[in-house]
Write a protein that binds this ligand. Structure first.
Ligand code: ZN
Length: 147
């Protein structure tokens, strides 16, 4: 069983590839990435790939629920997901069974990023349409008077 990365300063649990605590930025005990099990890497990778659909995420440490939590914007989430995928990609060179898992993660990540852009586009369209409708409602008499 591998060790969970626990911050020596605040006691928060951190992802296995993090070098500094996400919550207080204290350097975490160094562990060789090779010693992280493939299962852990895959499950942590899927978690970050899933977050790629979101605009941002706010993570709370389960050990420390009173904490405000840590904010990640979309770019940071993508960066972390990429790190995991690259690590797994390297590992798949000596473990061919892993190749399709890594490919699927990469495809899922692209999908989530595209869905996020579409979602943003529809929010934008909705906003414009809403603004136009309000403009027409509040200026209805003036618009009618034009004709
Ligand atoms: Zn910490």
């Amino acid at each position: 069983m591998e060790k969970i990365k626990k911050c020596p300063n605040c006691g928060s649990t951190n992802d296995s590839i993090f070098t500094n605590c996400a919550f207080c930025n204290t350097p975490l005990p160094q562990i060789d990435n090779e010693s992280i099990s493939t299962e852990t890497l895959v499950s942590e990778a899927s978690k970050w790939v899933g977050y790629c659909y979101e605009e941002f995420i706010n993570l709370k440490d389960p050990n420390n629920p009173t904490e405000e939590g840590i904010h990640y914007d979309h770019g940071q989430v993508r960066g972390i997901a990429d790190q995991y995928i690259n690590l797994l990609r390297v590992r798949s060179l000596s473990n061919p069974q892993l190749t399709s898992i890594v490919d699927n993660l990469a495809i899922k990540m692209e999908k989530n990023i595209k869905s996020r852009s579409k979602k943003l586009m529809w929010i934008f369209v909705g906003f414009i349409v809403g603004a136009l409708v309000l403009l027409i409602i509040f200026n209805f008499e003036r618009i009618v008077a034009l004709f």
